[in-house]
Design a protein around this ligand. Structure first.
Ligand code: GRF
Length: 206
């Protein structure tokens, strides 16, 4: 299960971090296709520059189920086994989720379940939390709500703006997305309720 399908809508820095991990042999996988719902997405252009297959499936004016059907078709054409949402600004339908059960990951710039949805870094600043971070989780039909694979913490500093906090969190995003993909591809993880555990790993001491 090594063929990744990346879905993005914008800048694509998480996609680039995954591509770099693969190029530097820190992740044993290949990017089968990059799909964007927005033709102007910088990530799409970057994918082409990297010589990857990059496809735009425009979402404007297309009904959700029909849109998802089109994207699933592209993913199937490229024999995608694991779908990685990387700044893909759409909620997936039940149809899409059922086509790739426990095979869709997302990254979100907060410690879920705090601050789901848009502008998570703004939400964190407005709330006044002292730590935030990011989460890689399996995707279900609800917004930013599936079982959590990995989280990383980033401190919120006095004087932070949404931009400075986002940059600090983004560094952690780039690190943990690769880790989470590695964990899923390695297998041996189990879902107990909402908890993703790795029973095969020796218990940590301490
Ligand atoms: C990231 O902050 C990610 O957590 C969120 O959308 C942003 C995408 O950034 N889901 P990029 O396009 O990967 O640079």
């Amino acid at each position: 299960m090594r063929r990744l399908g990346i879905l993005l809508s914008g800048r694509g820095s998480n996609f680039e971090a995954i591509a770099a991990s693969i190029a530097e042999k820190r992740l044993d996988a290949e990017i089968a296709v990059v799909v964007s719902n927005r033709p102007e997405a910088r990530g799409l252009e970057r994918a082409r520059e990297l010589g990857l297959t990059a496809v735009c499936v425009p979402s404007k004016g297309v009904e959700r189920q029909e849109y998802d059907r089109r994207v699933v078709e592209v993913l199937r054409e490229h024999n995608v086994e694991l779908v990685c949402l990387a700044g893909f600004m759409r909620l997936l339908s039940g149809y899409f989720i059922r086509e790739f059960p426990m095979r869709i990951l997302n990254i979100h710039p907060s410690l879920l379940p705090s601050f789901p949805g848009l502008d998570a870094q703004h939400q964190a600043l407005d709330y006044g939390v002292k730590v935030s971070g990011c989460t890689v989780h399996f995707v279900d039909e609800n917004l930013d709500s599936g079982p959590i694979l990995i989280q990383a913490v980033a401190p919120v500093l006095d004087g932070d703006t949404a931009d400075t906090l986002s940059a600090r969190i983004l560094k952690e995003e780039h690190r943990i997305y690769t880790e989470a993909i590695r964990l899923v591809l390695a297998g041996g993880w189990k879902l107990e309720g909402r908890r993703v555990t790795q029973p095969d790993l020796p218990p940590s001491r301490g």
